[in-house]
Design a protein around this ligand. Structure first.
Ligand SMILES: [Fe+2]
Length: 497
């Protein structure tokens, strides 16, 4: 490129030197209007020629610059799809989760083929359906499922295993306007490319809708095929990863439940502690792998109870100091057992985080007696969730504790037992979310009653229960909550506490 523009400049300069024509306008004309006399004196012919030459050179420089920027723009336009492809490939290295991967792929595809919408449909072999998680622009709709045997163009594409390029959807028999009717979208042009796995089997369909200018071209088809080739591999890999993760998740959940379920009174404890922990963590901006560590640690925090005799664990009434010491051993057993599990590198903190759930900020906790910052932040979250669930559940030695009292215990524990920020984050959670988790293992479905708490925080619910004057819209919440919380329980808490 540099060579050709230099050649251009050489030619023009030669013409200027020969004085044959104007480089800008390509014809002979009088340039003397630019050569105004200095101090009224006319310029010598030599000075005039020099000035003209100088002006021409400047014009040439401007033209050269313009040509250069035009070429750069062309080059950029040509490279844009490549950079999109590069970003998709890069996502492979950083993104293993299927949902975020699909997000990246669709976003980049939209900008590469300049279309209004892009969806990646994944084939669910078991259900013979194509589903898409990401339908950009359709606010509120995150999953669409389409039968493989249906009339939709993506279904045609998956069945035939061939590219389908439709310039005008409403003039094509294969297009079913029913989806447009449902979503209020107006489909114009459609391009579908099948995705294949390494063995050549169909694993999904890439669909782009409404090219911004005109129908989709053969160049778009080529780009989409290239993207599809990259995406197919990534999606397959992410699906495999998701499967493994689901397996690990479920396995740990089942393991945790073997402890919870051995005693009907602690059933659901691990799952609820996990849910409370995830709520607190998310509200405190715990993200990515930290959130995974939090989930697994919370799920497995009491696993060590498998090593504590049931006679002690299930003992009605208060424990002797010796028995209490035996129960406390569960934290170190949790650490020992979890340390034997081959957690991947990113989850290696799980045994330690899980085993620190009884540590207290002031160092009086067990089993290592850690203080303040020595206790992992994620363990401090689990500590709040664990105590909250223990107090709001029925135990062998007492009933569910009145929630004003629970709130008092959490509040009094700020900065000595608990990390105050974690307690505050818990108090700010929506009451509806806390109650949904709290009531999840109860015999009846209370979701209709819980819905009425969707406007207030947990803290506000505690205030109302403690006698705070209800504001507008809060009138019956205290009574409704008490009915919900005490359902099926003996009326007198105190005698049981
Ligand atoms: Fe525990």
């Amino acid at each position: 490129m540099a060579k050709s523009s230099k050649g251009n400049a050489d030619q023009t300069q030669a013409k200027v030197a020969a004085g044959s024509e104007c480089a800008t306008h390509g014809h002979d004309h009088d340039h003397s209007h630019g050569a105004a006399a200095k101090n009224g004196e006319p310029l010598s012919p030599a000075a005039l020629a020099e000035l003209e030459n100088d002006l021409n050179n400047r014009e040439i420089a401007i033209i050269e610059r313009e040509i250069k920027s035009l070429r750069l723009q062309e080059e950029l336009d040509r490279l844009r799809p490549l950079s999109g492809l590069y970003r998709v490939v890069k996502a492979m290295a950083t993104e293993r989760r299927l949902d975020s991967l699909l997000d990246t792929i669709t976003r980049e595809t939209q900008s590469i083929v300049k279309c209004d919408r892009c969806s990646v449909f994944v084939l669910d072999h078991d259900k013979s359906e194509l589903w898409t998680q990401v339908a950009q622009g359709l606010t509120g709709v995150r999953t669409i499922r389409i039968p493989l045997s249906g009339a939709a163009i993506v279904s045609h594409c998956a069945r035939a295993g061939r590219i389908i390029n439709i310039p005008d959807a409403y003039k094509d028999d294969r297009f079913d306007p029913a989806v447009d009717k449902k979503t209020g979208y107006k489909t114009r042009s459609v391009l579908c490319v099948p995705m294949r796995n390494r063995e050549g089997g169909i694993i999904g369909v890439f669909q782009v809708l409404n090219k911004l200018s005109g129908p989709f071209t053969s160049e778009d088809e080529e780009w989409l095929e290239a993207l599809t080739a990259v995406a197919s591999g990534l999606i397959e890999q992410a699906q495999a990863y998701d499967e493994i993760e689901r397996f690990v998740d479920k396995t740990l959940e089942v393991l945790a439940q073997t402890i919870d379920k051995s005693d009907p009174l602690t059933a659901g404890h691990s799952v609820r502690v996990t849910n409370y922990s995830m709520m607190i963590g998310s509200s405190m901006d715990v993200l990515g792998e930290d959130l995974d560590i939090l989930r697994y640690s919370a799920m497995m925090h009491d696993y060590g109870k498998i090593g504590v005799p049931e006679a002690v664990l299930w003992k009605p009434g208060r424990l002797t100091p010796e028995e209490y010491a035996t129960v406390q051993k569960h934290a170190s057993i949790t650490f020992d057992l979890l340390s034997n599990l081959p957690f991947t590198k990113r989850l290696q903190a799980v045994p330690f985080v899980a085993s620190c759930h009884h540590e207290k900020l002031d160092g009086t906790g067990y089993y290592r007696g850690l203080k303040g910052e020595q206790i992992p932040f994620l363990s401090r979250i689990i500590a709040v969730a664990d105590v909250f669930d223990a107090l709001t559940s029925v135990r062998h030695y007492r009933n569910r504790m009145p929630i004003e009292k629970v709130a008092e215990i959490l509040d009094a524990g700020k900065d000595n037992h608990f990390d105050a920020a974690c307690v505050t984050a818990f108090e700010k959670l929506p009451a509806e979310t806390v109650l949904t988790c709290m009531e999840s293992e109860r015999d009846r479905n209370a979701s209709a009653d819980i819905g009425m708490f969707n406007q207030i925080t947990w803290r506000r619910l505690v205030e109302l229960t403690a006698g705070s004057k209800p504001k507008r819209g809060e009138e019956n919440l205290k009574e409704s909550f008490e009915r919900l919380y005490n359902f099926g329980l003996p009326a007198d808490y105190k005698s049981l506490d």
